[in-house]
Design a protein around this ligand. Structure first.
Ligand SMILES: [Fe+2]
Ligand SMILES: [Fe+2]
Length: 177
């Protein structure tokens, strides 16, 4: 194994932090597909293990990722972006979506944990509606980040910015630890 690979296996954030954020989006996209499968199967066809996996992702991975973006990426990008990039409004909107998505995510994860433990939803139609509302909105959210925010960050952030971003994201994990 090369030195770089060894370093990466010790600390996953040793790779480009923008790649770490892009990988998180790929996993979140799978999470959205899983939520769609769960919604399609309600009320009778419930894959309990899938519900448990999605619940854990909503409860732990999503808030950490939102913090990576809000407390780490967005301030650095705001600082580095040029006026013609006009990214301030987009960042503001994405950050406000994080806030409402964190609230919905914790509500949905509670319901999915109940299903994971073999319970039946009190109101399957409402749960299906909540799941669909969430994954449809979240796919749009990721589209903006993948199409606009990450490419702009790759263009504007210099090596020092990337090192600062990596350090902040590592600290974020240590605190969540
Ligand atoms: Fe985001
Ligand atoms: Fe994101």
């Amino acid at each position: 194994m090369s030195d770089a690979r060894v370093k990466e296996s010790v600390n996953p954030l040793a790779r480009n932090p923008l790649d770490v954020l892009a990988s998180a989006h790929a996993l979140q996209s799978e999470m959205c597909d899983a939520m769609e499968r769960i919604a399609d199967g309600l009320p009778d066809e419930v894959d309990r293990r899938l519900c448990a996996r999605v619940a854990s992702c909503l409860q732990f991975d999503l808030p950490l990722h939102h913090h990576d973006e809000e407390a780490c990426l967005f301030p650095i990008l705001r600082n580095r972006a040029l006026p013609e990039d006009r990214v301030d409004k987009v960042i503001e909107r994405l950050a406000s979506e994080h806030e409402s998505d964190n609230d919905f995510a914790s509500e949905i994860s509670e319901a999915l944990e109940l299903l994971a433990q073999g319970g039946r939803p009190d109101n399957p139609d409402m749960l299906g509606y909540m799941l669909r509302g969430f994954f449809e909105r979240y796919r749009r959210h990721m589209l903006w980040e993948n199409a606009l925010v990450l490419p702009l960050a790759r263009l504007r952030l210099n090596p020092d910015d990337l090192a600062a971003l990596q350090a902040r994201m590592s600290e974020n994990r240590r605190q969540a630890g």
